[in-house]
Design a binder for this molecule. Structure first.
Ligand code: UTP
Length: 294
């Protein structure tokens, strides 16, 4: 592992939000999956808040058809704010939705050819800078947040980082899995990556969990890459090809992760966060107990 030096800071984040969200149909027919709320905040808001906490300033959304609500969410709703002010209502609830002018950037992925292709669509804006990636349907709850933990690790080792967590071996074939090398604290060297391996061929039970810090060279790797698992252009395949030429580490996230791309994960996140909220935990607990007895 490298010794600590000053690194080019991570100021840009790419949010690939052009997927079709088929697992949530019909809810996601006209509403982007990333706008589904966990209680009262859409998934995209949790991800952007996590990015800001990590010092990231530019939010690059890779959008597609029917995704304009995401951009609207970070705009100033002039009529709403004027009406609320006239009625004496506080506007601070809208504060996290305010963006510094120029810091929300969108590019379009015309056809959903896969996560790797979505990231590649942001190449002109990423330029020569290292950048973060957030998959907003993976909700990461921690203090500090997942990306802040990764940025701190990046300051130490540089190169490329992915967040990982351990799952039961039987579940690995749904995810990208790392082949682990030497470990130190939360950091593990990555010797290889494989997307959705059969259970008996998986090199570990550490799965990639929706947060990345990558060097801009990944864009050139993606450019020349064919389709992988599921007929999609896979980010995991591009990252795997960079191992060996640049440092590559996994950060085991100290916190909780909810897979909000699945219905059960989404319900779990809603319940877990509601049980933690001071304004509703007592009522939700009583309701859950009542339902369990019924
Ligand atoms: P998913 O595999 O979760 O796909 O994509 P999805 O379309 O969002 O949802 P399902 O499986 O059909 O229900 C992982 C992430 O990559 C983005 C998605 O928006 C999501 O954030 N993505 C995926 C793209 O932006 N473009 C793609 O071509 C594929």
């Amino acid at each position: 592992m490298n010794s600590s030096t000053t690194r080019k800071p991570i100021r840009k984040a790419v949010f690939p939000v052009a997927g079709m969200g088929t697992r949530f149909l019909p809810a996601t027919k006209a509403i982007p999956k990333e706008m589904l709320p966990i209680i009262d905040r859409p998934l995209i808001q949790y991800a952007v808040d996590e990015a800001r906490e990590a010092g990231i300033e530019q939010m690059i959304f890779v959008t597609g058809r029917g995704k304009t609500a995401i951009v609207e969410h970070f705009d100033i709703a002039f009529e709403l704010e004027t009406t609320m002010s006239e009625r004496g209502k506080a506007l601070d609830i809208l504060e996290p939705t305010r963006a510094v002018p120029g810091d929300i950037i969108t590019v379009r992925q015309q056809v959903p050819l896969g996560l790797g292709h979505a990231i590649w669509c942001a190449r002109a804006i990423v330029g020569d800078d290292p950048f973060a990636i957030f998959l907003p349907d993976e909700l990461m709850i921690g203090s500090p947040g997942c990306m802040k933990q990764m940025v701190d690790a990046y300051q130490e080792v540089g190169g490329n980082l992915i967040s990982v967590l351990e799952v039961p071996q039987a579940e690995v074939s749904s995810y990208g899995v790392i082949d682990p090398g030497e470990s130190r604290g939360a950091l593990t060297e990555v010797k290889g990556l494989v997307e959705k391996p059969p259970v008996d061929q998986a090199p570990s039970n550490k799965i990639i969990s929706g947060r990345y810090i990558l060097q801009p060279e990944v864009m050139r790797t993606l450019e020349n890459q064919g389709k992988g698992a599921g007929g999609e252009i896979q980010l995991t395949d591009a990252m795997a090809r960079m191992i060996g030429s640049q440092p590559f580490h996994a950060v085991t996230f100290d916190g909780r992760r909810y897979d909000c791309g699945s219905k059960v994960g989404f319900v779990e996140a809603t319940l877990a966060l509601a049980l933690e909220r001071e304004d509703m935990s007592a009522d939700v607990r009583a309701m859950a107990e009542r339902l369990l007895k019924a």
